[in-house]
Design a protein around this ligand. Sequence first.
Ligand SMILES: [Cu+2]
Length: 149
Amino acid sequence: MKRMIYSATAACLIATSALAAASTPRIEAGWVRATPPAARAGAAYFNLTNPGKAPDRLLGGSAPGVERVEVHEMSMTDGIMRMRPLTDGLVIPAGGTVALKPGGYHIMLIGLARPLKAGESLPLTLRFEKAGKVTVTLPIKTPPAAGAH
Ligand SMILES: [Cu+2]
């Protein structure tokens, strides 16, 4: 009887890890904005796809040389661009993609130990409610000037 319980538990563990692998969020077209020398904060952008059958939530993360990694939303309120941290995280629907891009959702890199230099890269670890931690290495780039075509 005891043996049967053990094998049932093992089968259950295998099923759970297979499920986790199938629902690991995909991070594509990612980049980090290069910062001027004295900047204390930067931002990262990417397309986030949840291939899983259940919604997941991006909660935050970590990166070397960065004090805090937060999920932010930028929006226009009363004609003013405002930025606010998403304290409950960013929901990614099952099978859906959410774009983190300039002027919208973004990853805020707060408390930079050193500037983010174009041409270098930043390993960014993202923390999800269900999928746990996912690490991606993003290129650091200087975007075209605002308003440029
Ligand atoms: Cu922000």
